[in-house]
Design a protein around this ligand. Structure first.
Ligand SMILES: Nc1nc2c(ncn2[C@@H]2O[C@H](COP(=O)(O)OP(=O)(O)OP(=O)(O)O)[C@@H](O)[C@H]2O)c(=O)[nH]1
Ligand SMILES: [Mg+2]
Length: 300
């Protein structure tokens, strides 16, 4: 590589649900921009995160896990958003999780090949593979599946080998000047991040009962006279029974969720937040084009 050449471009993080795309995205950007939960299909939107360093500017796109099972309009919107992210990208990072390759990984790879993107394979969760030699047969198997630009074993959670991954991806970017202001980290607003942080706490607290029937809409986001940020969040559920579950006995569950979300918001926004939450029922919201538009899923 010409030492003087600055490189700039976009790489999309792709892969089946739950392999650790968002964890890796946050680790690479160095900020928690994307929410992470133990549940599949956590990410619902395309989220940009920009890494600017001497010599390069790399815009990463986190995307919803491909291959959503449910047939709702929301699921279609998520797939569309993941597919649309491929269109403008210069390269892809296909994230898979040790210890094995699955047919859903193959489907995700096929979409990247169809989009004619060079693919760096990130083999995530290698912290679960002890001793390290256990990785070798997997790496051998992966090398035979596609002409990957590079295969890089990583642990997103432990920050292992991420520099090597970045080097491999940056090498695929075109020589071009920086396209974004140096201080810009994301295309998403604090308002969007606030909705996501509330949804993250809901998904974690309610993972057994109703992880997917929930959406969060921010109705108010403003600085208040006492120097705080006032946030009103509406939690949409599909049925009255779900509303009761979210609220919990005597409101205890919603109170705990609201507290956890407020603490996360204080940290993420770097200032004190006053968070109010309401739970509202909207039957079939995940199939309602108007609701999906309001939730930022574009025109279904
Ligand atoms: N052991 C281990 N767990 C990880 C690692 N990276 C992510 N995880 C865990 O894997 C789960 C899923 O992580 P996410 O980052 O939400 O995965 P994702 O691919 O973005 O999932 P979707 O948004 O649903 O497609 C979470 O419980 C993470 O903590 C890793 O390097 N090692
Ligand atoms: Mg994700």
């Amino acid at each position: 590589m010409n030492a003087a050449a600055f490189r700039c471009g976009t790489a999309v993080l792709a892969g089946r649900p739950n392999v650790g795309k968002s964890t890796l995205f946050n680790a690479l950007v160095g900020q928690k921009l994307s929410i992470v939960t133990p549940k599949a299909q956590t990410t619902r939107h395309r989220i940009q995160g920009i890494v600017t360093r001497p010599g390069f500017q790399l815009a990463l796109l986190d995307t919803p896990g491909a291959g959503a099972a449910a047939g709702s309009r929301l699921a279609h919107a998520m797939s569309r958003e993941a597919a649309a992210a491929l269109a403008g990208a210069d390269a892809a990072i296909l994230v898979v999780a040790a210890p094995r390759w699955t047919s859903a990984d193959g489907d995700a790879l096929a979409r990247l090949v169809e989009a004619r993107l060079p693919v760096v394979l990130a083999v995530n969760k290698i912290d679960r593979m002890r001793p390290r030699e256990r990785l070798l047969p997997l790496l051998e198997d992966l090398a035979g599946r596609h002409e990957f630009a590079a295969i890089v074993p990583v642990s997103a959670e432990q920050g292992e080998n991420l520099d090597r991954l970045v080097d491999a991806v940056v090498g695929l970017l075109p020589e071009a000047p920086a396209a974004w202001p140096e201080e810009q980290v994301t295309d998403r607003s604090e308002r969007f991040l606030a909705a996501e942080i509330v949804r993250e706490q809901l998904m974690i607290a309610l993972s057994a009962e109703l992880p997917y029937g929930i959406a969060v809409e921010i109705e108010r986001f403003e600085e208040t006279s006492d120097g705080r940020t006032g946030i009103d969040a509406v939690i949409w559920v599909e049925r009255e029974g779900q509303r009761k579950i979210v609220i919990g006995t005597g409101g205890a569950r919603l109170k705990a969720i609201g507290r956890a979300a407020r603490l996360a918001l204080n940290e993420r926004l770097g200032r004190r937040v006053h968070l109010s939450t309401w739970v509202r029922v909207r039957k079939g919201w995940s199939d309602d084009p108007g609701m999906l538009r309001r939730l930022g899923h574009g025109a279904p």
